[in-house]
Write a protein that binds this ligand. Structure first.
Ligand code: AMP
Length: 211
């Protein structure tokens, strides 16, 4: 099963996407996570990408496509995969289609602007394993410390309110075309991502995936 999770930053597609991935035993592949790893490892791709990412701008298509192509070749993608954060532009959709990568369903997470800004500005990420927490809804057991690996939690640079607003603007400009494209193809399924509990959104997603 090859899926795409679509939705603005903060709609919960990463968190809920992970629950879907675990349910089906397939990996969730986040281009944001892959790029952050490259940046942390200071690879040549990572150094190029970081400048764009810290401003909330998109990293050039060739860089992202290269990363995705390499990742999808790995053994764990044979049963299927979930793409999170890719494609984001109609050019990236075309690149995926040209590469003959089949997509079965696109799950579109919808949440209001207020919910997103509030959710992102209260989000904390683990500096080591990438686990995501929310101070209000999904707090860590010990403040500032990851439940899973004990490392320090931090607020991502691009989750500060000014950058969130820029990311939402960029998302709105670029991604509405994608929604239209996949809706026309008949493979888009909408999910209400406003509830604060990821489990609730997961249940809605499973409902649309069963149909
Ligand atoms: P995310 O964690 O998905 O919000 O991604 C964080 C940042 O990584 C974005 O703001 C972009 O700078 C970059 N990025 C992730 N995915 C893509 C993509 N498909 N195309 C271009 N840039 C991307």
């Amino acid at each position: 099963m090859n899926l795409i999770v679509l939705g603005p930053p903060g709609a919960g597609k990463g968190t809920v996407g992970k629950l879907i991935a675990d349910h089906f035993g397939i990996p969730i592949i986040s281009t944001g996570d892959l790029l952050r790893k490259e940046a942390a490892d200071r690879t040549s791709i990572g150094i190029k990408a970081k400048g764009y990412m810290d401003q909330g701008e998109y990293v050039p298509d060739e860089i992202v496509m290269q990363i995705i192509r390499d990742r999808l070749k790995k053994e764990d993608c044979r049963k299927g995969f979930i793409l999170d954060g890719y494609p984001r532009t109609i050019e990236q959709v075309k690149a995926l289609e040209n590469a003959k990568i089949r997509i079965d369903t696109v799950v579109n997470f919808n949440a209001s602007r207020e919910v997103i800004i509030d959710r992102l500005s209260t989000r904390l990420t683990c500096s080591t394993c990438g686990a995501i927490y929310n101070i209000k809804n999904v707090p860590p057991k010990k403040a500032g410390i990851c439940d899973k690996c004990g490392a320090q939690l931090y607020q991502r640079e691009d989750q500060k309110p000014e950058v969130v607003k820029e990311r939402l603007k960029v998302y709105g400009q670029q991604t509405s075309q994608l929604v239209d494209h996949y809706r026309k193809k008949g493979i888009l399924r909408d999910v209400d991502a406003n509830p604060s509990q990821p489990q609730k959104i997961f249940e809605s997603a499973m409902k649309v995936l069963r149909h």
